[in-house]
Write a protein that binds this ligand. Structure first.
Ligand SMILES: [Zn+2]
Length: 228
């Protein structure tokens, strides 16, 4: 294979995943889950052993297929534009893929209501049954400086079998078997966080008992992910 053929071959890798990253980056921005170039997304194609991730510092509306960076699970860059670097949070994306084999997509947002609870260092309790997109609650990962190994470790040890976690004084992470599920979870958890906040503004929200949440979690399993 010639050098130019080799470059074209690498550029074609994970084309489907790269297109999806652009689609969901724009959706994240347009649905108010983040602002500017905040947040990041990735998809892990386990068969190819490659991760497609958003680059650092590029505004989402300007993203092109070529801008999406490809890495392996050891963080070696396989394909990137010369002037671009992977998201500064690449460490926690990889930590999550290493921690759980059922995770194939990660979305990180600074969505305002979820981030409000993150800044209060409070978990999101089951005030609304849709919290089941994440699990019985949305746990809180302890604070560490963004982009550090410490933050990645905190997240990996908190997420356990949840599909979302708050990052103290920072934002939210949602994970899924695919990007559609991860995005839905981020969106539904932002809704629950907003309802929780609004409920606290005018009274004391009632928390759904554990045995009732067990039933919801069971129903979610039998309906498949994302059904309600
Ligand atoms: Zn962030």
């Amino acid at each position: 294979m010639s050098l130019s053929e080799c470059i074209i071959f690498t550029m074609m890798k994970l084309l489907h995943e790269r297109k999806k990253i652009i689609k969901y980056s724009l959706q994240m921005l347009n649905s108010g889950l983040t602002t500017g170039s905040g947040g990041n997304l990735s998809i892990f194609n386990r068969r190819e052993g490659l991760i497609a991730i958003t680059p650092s510092g590029v505004e989402y509306p300007e993203l092109t297929i070529e801008d999406i960076i490809l890495l392996d699970i050891d963080e070696n860059i396989i394909n990137s534009q010369p002037n671009l670097k992977p998201s500064s949070e690449v460490g926690f994306h990889i930590a999550l893929y290493q921690k759980r084999s059922d995770i194939n997509a990660v979305i990180h947002t600074h969505s305002p209501y979820a981030t409000t609870f993150a800044c209060l260092n409070r978990e999101i309790l089951p005030v609304h049954y849709l919290v089941a997109f994440a699990g019985r609650k949305v746990p809180l990962s302890p604070y560490a400086t963004f982009g550090t190994r410490e933050l990645a470790n905190n997240i990996a040890s908190t997420i356990d079998d949840y599909n979302a976690t708050l990052l103290a004084n920072h934002g939210l992470i949602a994970v899924g078997s695919n990007i559609e599920n991860a995005f839905n979870t981020a969106q539904e958890i932002e809704f629950v966080a907003r309802i929780y906040y609004q409920s606290e503004c005018i009274g004391k929200p009632s928390i759904i008992p554990e045995n009732e949440m067990d039933k919801v979690i069971e129903k979610f399993k039998s309906y498949g992910s994302g059904k309600k």
